[in-house]
Design a protein around this ligand. Structure first.
Ligand code: ADP
Ligand code: MG
Length: 227
């Protein structure tokens, strides 16, 4: 694998059980992502975008084909290896997935909860730093319910970045936001990617944000159309 390729997908197929048989929803996908690039995967609803992202993020088991993430093969990987790979990846979802009963600061600290190299104090400092980077440190002690949609998505970005991942996978991060706020959120994701050198794979059916990407590919009915 060339050095600058961070994610390499080869002959990837994926099926879900349907009735007595199965339905293939990704057909022979071949795709590489380079270090530090922002790539957008476009495609209508049901085309297989989330499935592809979950496979890259080691959230779904690979059935056929191969994905190599940062030099580690996912196919047949041991649970320990999968945990190691997942630690290199930050996720941003369509809805922010914040826990409502704890503060913004505590939400951002969640990915560090099982990190034995962190103390309570160092974890808090890292979370504050991440919140500063996304411009909402002043809301650290609020509950998520007291934030706007755009602010919540900023918290989700801070949470995705707190472990300084090599890769951020974003699944329709603007889908629940108005156009202006959505724009601000993707601009922020882009800024973070440039500053931290993070590879971003962003899945969307919103073609208004295409211009933030270095590259875009299209997925239709489980087939990759253009690169
Ligand atoms: P997208 O994110 O582009 O909307 P998905 O990857 O979510 O597409 O879904 C692709 C296809 O796989 C759809 O037909 C969907 O209904 C089907 N699918 C997704 N998840 C499951 C599942 N857990 N079980 C069965 N079918 C699924
Ligand atoms: Mg989806």
């Amino acid at each position: 694998m060339p050095e600058d390729i961070v994610i390499s997908i080869k002959n990837l197929r994926h099926s879900y059980a349907e009735g007595d048989g199965e339905k293939e929803v990704l057909h022979n996908i071949n795709l590489d992502f380079k270090k530090g690039e922002i790539a957008i995967i476009m495609g209508p609803s049901g085309s297989g975008k989330s499935t592809l992202l979950k496979l890259i993020g080691a959230q779904l088991t690979i059935q056929s084909g191969e994905i190599v993430v940062d030099g580690n093969s996912l196919h047949g990987a041991s649970p320990a290896m999968l945990r190691k790979i997942r630690r290199k990846i930050g996720f941003i979802f369509q809805s922010h997935h914040l826990l409502s009963s704890i503060s913004v600061l505590q939400n951002v600290q969640i990915p560090l909860a099982f990190d034995e190299s962190q103390t309570a104090e160092s974890s808090k400092l890292l979370a504050l730093e991440a919140l500063e980077t996304v411009g909402i440190a002043s809301h650290a002690n609020k509950k998520p319910a007291h934030l706007s949609g755009g602010q919540k998505q900023r918290v989700a970005i801070a949470r995705a970045l707190i472990r300084k991942p090599a890769i951020v996978l974003a699944d329709e991060p603007t889908a629940s936001l108005d156009e202006k706020t959505g724009r601000e959120v993707v601009e922020l994701i882009k800024k973070m990617s440039r500053v931290l050198g993070v590879t971003v794979v962003l899945v969307t059916h919103d073609n208004r944000i295409l211009d933030i990407a270095d590259r875009s590919v299209k997925l239709v009915d489980g087939n990759l159309l253009s690169d």
